[in-house]
Design a protein. Structure first.
Length: 686
C-alpha cells in the first residue's frame, strides 16, 4: 500500500459533549452508508426503510455477497451464459401437528422406486455414507420446530454419473457460510429430464438451537454456491454449448432464457419487436415467437411487432410442469392397461371451479388443460404433483377409456386411498355459505360492523346461539385472511366487502384440497365379482342411469366384471337372471349390507377379543371411539367398551372424537343421535 493511501481514524473524544457525540454519530452513519454501498446494498437515507427480515439468521453476509456477485454476472455483456446454471428450490416445513406425518410421507416418497438411472429405488446418503438411515434422521428430528427442504438441479446434471460429490461439497460450503454443522440427508433423482437432488436438513444447529437461515442466503446464496461447484467441475459453457442450448429452447414447451429476453423487451401493451443488434439473438427471438404463436401465446402484427399474451410465462411454466409429470410417471403408467395409459393421458390441475377469471382460465387452456369433469375409475398410482410444495396427485384409469392425472392438494389434507380402489373425483367449488350472506347483510345495515347484539337487533327472530355461530365464522375468516378487526365493544368491523373476503377464504381452502374423493369401492374390481356384500357393481346394475363405460381399458374390464357378478349372484340364488336380464329383490341392498356388516363384526371380534354388539332402536350405547373401517356399504366407526364393541355409521364430525368417549342412540329410522364427552353436553344427530 502506498503511503498516500494510509489514513488514521480520529473521530474525536467520545463523552457527554453533545457536539462530539453528534460528530461521532455523523461519522458512524457515513461509514454504514459506505459499507452498504460497497456490499451492493442501498444507501442509508434519512427515512428508515421498511423491515424485510431478509438478513435475520445465519448466512446473511455470505448471501449478500453472493447475490451481488450473481447480479454482476447477469449484467455482464455476455448475458452470463458462459456460467453453469443451477436451479434451486427451497421450502421451510413446520413439523408441528400433522407436519411430522407429512415429513415421514415425504421421506418415503423421495426414496420411491423408479428414480435412479436404472429405474431402481432411491437411496438416501449423507456426508459420510452412501447409505443413510432415514428412520434415524426422523428420530433425531423429533421435537424439531421445522425442516429445510432443497431441490438442487444443475442444468448440465446429465454429465454427472451421480450428484453425491456435488451435494457433499455444497453442504460443506453451506456449513462454512452458516457457521454450524448441518444434519442432513439427500437422494438423487434421474426420473425427469433434469437430474436433481432432494436435500433434507434438520432445523437445529450444532448446539441444538433452532437453525435460522437468512432469507437472502436461501434465495441466492445456495444457488450461487452450487453454480460455483458445477462450474469448477465442468468449466465455463463453451460458445457451441450455449448456441445448441438456445436453439433447443426455441421450441421447448417450458419457460426458457429466450422467454426472459422477450419478457424484458415487452412494452406497456405487451408487444415485442423482434429486432436485436445481434443477428443470432434476433433469429432466436423470432423463432421463439413463432413457436409461441403455435401455442396461441403470441400473434404477429404489422411492422415486425408481436403481441404476447399477458400470462405467457404462467402458461409456459404450466406446460413445463406437465412435461415433468409425464416423465416422472411414464415408468409407472406403462405398466398398466397394456401400455395404453400414457397415450390416453389427461392432466387436470387444481383451481377449476374456484371462480378464477376468464383470463386465468384461458391461460390454463393454453397448456391443453380442460376443466375437470367428474371422473370414475381405478386408482392406478399416487404421486407428487409438486415435490417441493408436497402437493399430491392421483392417476386414475378411467371407465371412459382415458387415464386422468388429478392434483388432489396438500399431502396432509389429501385423503389416503389405496391403489386399485374405485373412486369418483369431482372438483370442489369455492362458494359463500348462508352464514356469510347473513353477516354481510347485518354489516351493510350496521355501517360495516357485526356483533351478536347487532345481529339480534337486525333480525328479531334470531337466537343468541344462532348468532354466535356467525361470530365463529368471522373469527375463522379473520385469522386466515385479515382485513377484519375486533373492536373493544365486542363487535367486528368487517366492512362492506365481507363477501369478497369470505370467498377468498373459501378459495384458499379449496386450493389446499381441491378435489372431492368419493370411494365407490375400497376393494379392487376383481374382488367384487364374488363379494358377499352390496358392491359398486350392484349399484351400477340397479340405478336408472348407470355410468357410461368405454369399450377399451378399465371401462371394458368393468363390463366384464358386471357380467360375471350377475352370473355369480344368480348361482347364489340372490337374484333371478332370465333372458339376459337380472331381477333384483327390493330389499336385497339392505340384506347384503347387513351381511357384510355382520361378517366384519365377527372378524373384528376375533381380532379384538370382544363381543360384537349390534345397536338397536332406542338403546343407548356409550364407549370410546377407537377406529374407522371402510366397507363396500360405507364407513363405520368402531366404538369399544371393556367387553364389547359396536359398529356405527361414520360421519366426518367423529374424526375429532377419536380416543374420546361418545354416546349414541339409534332411532327407528336408523339415524343416530350422538353426545360427545362425559358430560354429554354437546349433541349432534345423523
Amino acid at each position: 500500500m502506498d503511503r498516500d493511501d494510509r489514513f488514521e481514524l480520529r473521530p474525536g473524544r467520545i463523552g457527554r459533549d453533545g457536539k462530539a457525540m453528534s460528530l461521532g454519530r455523523h461519522f458512524r452513519n457515513r461509514v454504514i452508508k459506505a459499507a452498504n454501498l460497497a456490499r451492493g446494498g442501498r444507501a442509508v437515507s434519512g427515512k428508515p426503510s421498511g423491515f424485510t427480515g431478509e438478513r435475520i439468521g445465519r448466512g446473511s453476509g455470505a448471501g449478500a455477497v453472493l447475490a451481488s456477485r450473481a447480479g454482476a454476472v447477469v449484467g455482464a455483456s455476455n448475458g452470463g451464459f458462459g456460467r453453469r446454471r443451477v436451479m434451486v428450490k427451497a421450502r421451510i416445513v413446520k413439523l408441528a401437528g400433522k407436519g411430522r406425518g407429512a415429513a415421514i410421507a415425504h421421506m418415503r416418497y423421495v426414496q420411491r422406486d423408479g428414480v435412479t438411472r436404472s429405474g431402481e429405488r432411491g437411496e438416501l446418503y449423507d456426508g459420510r455414507s452412501d447409505i443413510a438411515d432415514g428412520k434415524a434422521f426422523l428420530e433425531r428430528s423429533e421435537g424439531d420446530r421445522h425442516q429445510f427442504r432443497f431441490i438442487v438441479s444443475p442444468e448440465d446434471g446429465q454429465q454427472y454419473e451421480d450428484l453425491r460429490n456435488v451435494t457433499r461439497r455444497l453442504m460443506t460450503q453451506m456449513e462454512t457460510d452458516l457457521g454450524t454443522q448441518l444434519d442432513w440427508v439427500a437422494v438423487d433423482h434421474f426420473n425427469t429430464g433434469h437430474p436433481h437432488t432432494h436435500i433434507l436438513i434438520r432445523g437445529k444447529d450444532d448446539h441444538g438451537k433452532d437453525l435460522i437461515i437468512a432469507r437472502n442466503y436461501i434465495t441466492e446464496g445456495v444457488r450461487e454456491r452450487a453454480a460455483e461447484i458445477v462450474g469448477f467441475d465442468l468449466g465455463p459453457r463453451t460458445a457451441l454449448e450455449v448456441s445448441l442450448s438456445l436453439q433447443h429452447e426455441m421450441t421447448a414447451n417450458r419457460y426458457t432464457t429466450i422467454d426472459r429476453w422477450i419478457e424484458d423487451s415487452r412494452d406497456a401493451e405487451g408487444r415485442v419487436r423482434a429486432i436485436d443488434p445481434s443477428p443470432e439473438r434476433q433469429s432466436l427471438i423470432t423463432g421463439r415467437l413463432r413457436h409461441l404463436e403455435t401455442l396461441e401465446l403470441a400473434s404477429a402484427e404489422k411492422g415486425g411487432l408481436w403481441q404476447v399474451s399477458e400470462d405467457f410465462e404462467a402458461a409456459l411454466r404450466q406446460l413445463g410442469r406437465r412435461g415433468d409429470i409425464i416423465n416422472s410417471l411414464r415408468h409407472n403408467l406403462a405398466l398398466g392397461a397394456d401400455g395404453r395409459m400414457v397415450e390416453t393421458l389427461r392432466i387436470h390441475d387444481a383451481g377449476y371451479g374456484m371462480g378464477q377469471d376468464a383470463e386465468a382460465h384461458r391461460a390454463a387452456s393454453l397448456s391443453h388443460t380442460e376443466p375437470m369433469p367428474p371422473i370414475i375409475g381405478r386408482v392406478a398410482h399416487r404421486g407428487l404433483y409438486d415435490e417441493l410444495e408436497d402437493r399430491h396427485l392421483l392417476v386414475i384409469d378411467g371407465v371412459d377409456g382415458h387415464t386422468h392425472v388429478v392434483e388432489i392438494g396438500k399431502g396432509e389434507t389429501a385423503p389416503q386411498v389405496p391403489n386399485d380402489a374405485i373412486v369418483r373425483l369431482t372438483a370442489k367449488v369455492a362458494q359463500l355459505r348462508s352464514v356469510d350472506h347473513t353477516i354481510a347483510e347485518v354489516a351493510a345495515a350496521k355501517s360495516g360492523y357485526y356483533s351478536v347484539g347487532l345481529h339480534m337487533e337486525h333480525d328479531r327472530k334470531a337466537t343468541m346461539r344462532f348468532a354466535e355461530t356467525h361470530v365463529r365464522r368471522i373469527e375463522a375468516v379473520r385469522r386466515a385472511m385479515g382485513g377484519i378487526t375486533w373492536e373493544d365493544d365486542y363487535s367486528f368491523r368487517v366492512g362492506q366487502t365481507y363477501r369478497d373476503t369470505a370467498l377468498a377464504y373459501e378459495q384458499q381452502k379449496v386450493s389446499q384440497n381441491p378435489v372431492n374423493i368419493e370411494v365407490l369401492s375400497p376393494e379392487p374390481l376383481r374382488s367384487l365379482e364374488r363379494r358377499d356384500a352390496w358392491t359398486w357393481l350392484d349399484k351400477e346394475l340397479t340405478v336408472p342411469e348407470p355410468t357410461p363405460l368405454a369399450d377399451t381399458g378399465f371401462g371394458k374390464q368393468v363390463k366384464g366384471a358386471i357380467y360375471r357378478r350377475v352370473l355369480w349372484m344368480s348361482e347364489q340364488g340372490l337374484i333371478r337372471y332370465e333372458d339376459g336380464k337380472a331381477y333384483y329383490p327390493r330389499n336385497l341392498e339392505q340384506q347384503m349390507a347387513a351381511r357384510e356388516l355382520k361378517a366384519e363384526g365377527q372378524r373384528l371380534s376375533q381380532a379384538l377379543g370382544k363381543t360384537y354388539v349390534q345397536m338397536g332402536p332406542w338403546v343407548e350405547y356409550s364407549g370410546t371411539l377407537k377406529d374407522k373401517v371402510t366397507l363396500n356399504g360405507g364407513q363405520y366407526a368402531v366404538v369399544e367398551r371393556a367387553k364389547d364393541f359396536a359398529l356405527v355409521p361414520w360421519r366426518d364430525v367423529l374424526e375429532r372424537q377419536r380416543g374420546k368417549e361418545i354416546t349414541g342412540m339409534m332411532h327407528e329410522n336408523r339415524s343416530i343421535e350422538w353426545s360427545f364427552g362425559r358430560d354429554r353436553g354437546i349433541g349432534i344427530g345423523f
